[in-house]
Write a protein that binds this ligand. Structure first.
Ligand SMILES: [Zn+2]
Ligand SMILES: [Zn+2]
Length: 146
């Protein structure tokens, strides 16, 4: 396989221009952002800046894995704050950081149910009960509430 000269440093230098190292250790991305994530370019395409940073400083991301932000700061591209996980692991961890549903109800053990269609997501009973009950669920719900 023929390859052009592999230049490693310019990538790091290009990244560093957009990185602001913060007192808490996070490397805040100051370049282009999309949906709360830093964006960089690779081979003419937009790619997540934190993925580029990870591959640059720590090595290739194992096939099929996503990078989880251990610091929960999605704009952070510090490779030390990133850990390759499966999509399911990432979703579970992400869910664990959510303490309220989108309507502001707290996910207490009593108010939380597992959605059968999306096992990685917690459902809010208050919101579910407000919406039209699905067939066959009414009996179970009244039992839980009693
Ligand atoms: Zn960080
Ligand atoms: Zn709710």
């Amino acid at each position: 396989m023929k390859r052009g000269p592999y230049k490693k440093r310019p990538v790091a230098e290009r990244l560093m221009r957009f990185i602001e190292v913060q007192p808490d250790g996070c490397w805040a991305w100051r370049g282009y952002q999309l949906k709360g994530y830093g964006q960089s370019y690779k081979n003419g395409r937009h790619v997540y800046a934190h993925r580029v940073a990870y591959e640059e400083w720590r090595g290739p991301i194992p096939e099929g894995l996503e990078l989880d932000h251990l610091c929960r700061n999605t704009l952070c591209v510090n490779p030390e704050h990133l850990e390759p996980v499966t999509h399911a692991q990432n979703m579970t961890r992400f869910q664990a950081t959510i303490t309220h549903c989108k309507n502001g109800h707290e996910f207490t053990p009593q108010n939380t149910y597992i959605r059968p269609d999306r096992p990685n997501q917690r459902g809010c009973r208050i919101c579910r009960d407000k919406s039209v009950p699905r067939k066959g669920q009414e009996n179970r719900d009244s039992k839980v509430r009693a």
